[in-house]
Ligand binder design. Structure first.
Ligand SMILES: Cc1cc2nc3c(=O)[nH]c(=O)nc-3n(C[C@H](O)[C@H](O)[C@H](O)COP(=O)(O)OP(=O)(O)OC[C@H]3O[C@@H](n4cnc5c(N)ncnc54)[C@H](O)[C@@H]3O)c2cc1C
Ligand SMILES: NC(=O)c1ccc[n+]([C@@H]2O[C@H](COP(=O)([O-])OP(=O)(O)OC[C@H]3O[C@@H](n4cnc5c(N)ncnc54)[C@H](OP(=O)(O)O)[C@@H]3O)[C@@H](O)[C@H]2O)c1
Length: 559
């Protein structure tokens, strides 16, 4: 009999989890508390239901070829970066194509997930749900928690002395939908993540003045890279990951800072990262211009508030503030899990490969989507779900809880003593993380084999963008269309741009396009291959501990 799996949440992660269950002949039932799928991508005019969702003008920040389900490319005429409505349309097409709707129970909230008394033998869970006031209980063989990273707003009011005396309006970005109501106001935006950047830019065009306060600063990158190609497709490549693992971190840092400063002198724009703080990146095409035009004014962190003013850490005071918007991010939680599992899952360090709680004697509960990646979360959650479903079926094994817990406890101790860095809040390297999961299920393409069998494809896989289709070339879940999807990824990228082709334009020569897009990486990788063969042993012996650190900071994997 097929194993019954409860999938909690029908966002991007929930949808891929349902499909992965079906691919593995498991029996999914998805519970979604709202009345539609798509999670935060389902726009609503207000936020009365308390759900975190996109705002009206949100545009994706990872391009379509790097941000699709691995066996379901976007239609070729979709723009590379798209408004949220288009992205939701894509999710709808996915749901229709794989007939997922019938597995989702809408308006059904999962209230509790508890181990059955015989859990240590069966691994089963009692799941209590509520649909329009009526409770229901069912037994499941496994549970996939897909409730997202953004369950409730992080509103750190206690860090801002005097905020309770402030007479103006205070809101969190979760409430923000559009610039309506902000016309003519003096607005202070606190927090410079992607949301802070977007909202500051949008209000810069409507409000009387926008002040953008940041404690740390950030690198600002654009959606397009040199020559206008989508940024993610240019930097997320195996050849760069390969190089990244070879070079010393100080050298990579140096290149990175040079590249970032070449595009924009962050210091003169008030954006540069405070010394000693962790590097971070946002994607924003307009923020520098808005600062240049005086539509947005950069400010340091806020020290405190009076009834109408904000006092900043550099001693400056801004009077007559009408509205303060906290774009200070979100917190996640799993209120339906029992203790101590609930508290354990809130510490990412306790999740084996960011998916399985280390303490469980049966690996029948997986957290899908609790990752920050330097790239699309969608591709990461899909591979997590592919792996989790195979673990549920017993086709992939994970180490026993005693071993995992011992490892975590040791790691925690080393972090506390300052021996190793706590990287649980950092964004994971996209290729390294996806490869790690792909290895678990046997879906990582082998480059030497590929080179022998299909050199053209091998070339594209190594030097081209690491699109999600690469994880459908081999192993379980292999997709016949993967090869073609990889070889045509640039066609789909360029197609939506070909809306005006002047009659006298020469046909684009594919070779010259390839040279432009790949010339740099090919040359670099070739040089480094030679370099590696002579120096790899030396590097292994002396530099390997440091190399681990550089994954997070190479320019080519910096998103
Ligand atoms: C404003 C914003 C913009 C973003 N833009 C991008 C982008 O451009 N590119 C990118 O790659 N990533 C982006 N992200 C990251 C985003 O996290 C992922 O793209 C993705 O949407 C995450 O999907 P998810 O399914 O994990 O979570 P969510 O979309 O949050 O879905 C979780 C679902 O679980 C349901 N749920 C929660 N609790 C329960 C319960 N107890 N019972 C039943 N159902 C429940 C919710 O109703 C919801 O539908 C963005 C995030 C935000 C906040
Ligand atoms: N598609 C898109 O374009 C898009 C748009 C928006 C969001 N997103 C995604 O949505 C997710 C959430 O983004 P987000 O920007 O809302 O949150 P976020 O990435 O967590 O950033 C929040 C920022 O708030 C500031 N902050 C946090 N705690 C603070 C405190 N106690 N006091 C003062 N400042 C504090 C920090 O910036 P400082 O320290 O620098 O001040 C931090 O970077 C991310 O995954 C993001 O990529 C995507």
């Amino acid at each position: 009999m097929a194993k019954r799996v409860a999938v909690i949440g029908a966002g991007v992660s929930g949808l891929s989890s349902i499909k992965c269950c079906l691919d593995e002949n498991l029996e999914p039932t998805c519970f979604e508390r709202s009345d539609d799928f798509g999670g935060l991508w389902k726009f609503t005019e207000d936020s009365k239901d308390g759900m975190t969702r996109v705002y009206r003008t949100l545009v994706t920040n990872v391009c379509k070829e790097m941000s699709c389900y691995s066996d379901f490319p976007f239609q070729e005429d979709y723009p590379n970066f798209m408004r949220h409505e288009k992205f939701w349309d894509y999710l709808q097409e996915f749901v229709e194509r794989f007939d997922l709707l019938k597995y989702i129970r809408f308006k059904t909230t999962v209230c509790s997930v508890t181990k059955r008394p015989d859990f240590s033998e069966t691994g089963q869970w009692d799941v209590v749900t509520e649909t329009e006031g009526k409770q229901d209980r069912a037994v499941f063989d496994a549970v996939m928690v897909c409730t997202g990273h953004f369950l409730s707003p992080h509103l750190p009011l206690e860090s801002f002395p005097g905020i309770h005396n402030f007479k103006g309006r205070i809101l969190h970005s979760q409430e923000y939908k559009s610039p309506e109501g902000f016309q003519g106001k003096r607005v202070l935006v606190i927090g410079l993540g992607n949301t802070g950047g977007d909202i500051a830019v949008e209000l810069g065009r409507t409000a009387a003045q926008v002040l953008l306060s940041t404690r740390t600063g950030t690198w600002v990158i654009s959606r397009s890279s040199d020559r206008g190609y989508p940024f993610n497709m240019m930097i997320t490549r195996r050849c760069y990951t390969f190089i990244n693992q070879l070079l010393p971190p100080c050298f990579i840092n140096w290149i990175q800072e040079r590249q970032m400063s070449k595009r924009l002198n962050h210091e003169i724009y008030g954006l540069s990262i405070t010394k000693g703080k962790k590097k971070k990146f946002i994607v924003n095409d307009e923020l520098p211009t808005c600062i240049l035009c005086g539509l947005v004014t950069m400010k340091t962190g806020v020290k405190g508030f009076t009834e109408t003013s904000a006092i900043f850490e550099d001693g400056t005071v801004e009077a007559d503030i009408d509205i303060v918007i906290f774009t200070t991010g979100y917190i996640f939680s799993f209120p339906f899990l029992e203790e101590p599992l609930q508290s354990l899952c809130r510490k990412k360090i306790f999740l084996h490969k960011w998916v399985f709680p280390s303490s469980l004697e049966r690996a029948t509960l997986a957290i899908i989507g609790l990752i920050s990646l330097k790239g699309s979360i969608l591709s990461g959650t899909e591979l997590q779900a592919r792996w989790a479903t195979r673990v549920f079926k017993g086709l992939c094994k994970i180490p026993p809880p005693q071993k995992l817990m011992a490892e975590v406890t040791k790691k925690e101790e080393l972090i506390q003593r300052g021996v190793i860095a706590d990287v649980t809040q950092d964004k994971l390297d996209y290729i390294l993380y996806l490869d790690e999961l792909a290895v678990c299920i046997g879906a990582k393409p082998s480059l030497p084999l590929l080179l022998l069998r299909d050199p053209r494809l091998a070339w594209e896989v190594f030097f081209g963008p690491c699109t999600p289709y690469q994880y459908r070339l081999v192993g379980p879940g292999r997709w016949e269309g993967a090869r073609n999807a990889i070889l045509t990824q640039w066609d789909r990228t360029l197609k939506p741009l070909k809306t005006r082709v002047p009659p006298d334009t020469p046909k684009p020569a594919s070779t010259s396009h390839c040279l432009r897009a790949w010339g740099g990486p090919v040359l670099l990788a070739s040089l480094l291959l030679i370099y590696k063969s002579s120096l790899s042993k030396w590097m292994q012996d002396r530099l390997s501990p440091q190399l681990g650190l550089c994954f997070g900071c190479a320019p080519w994997s910096s998103w």
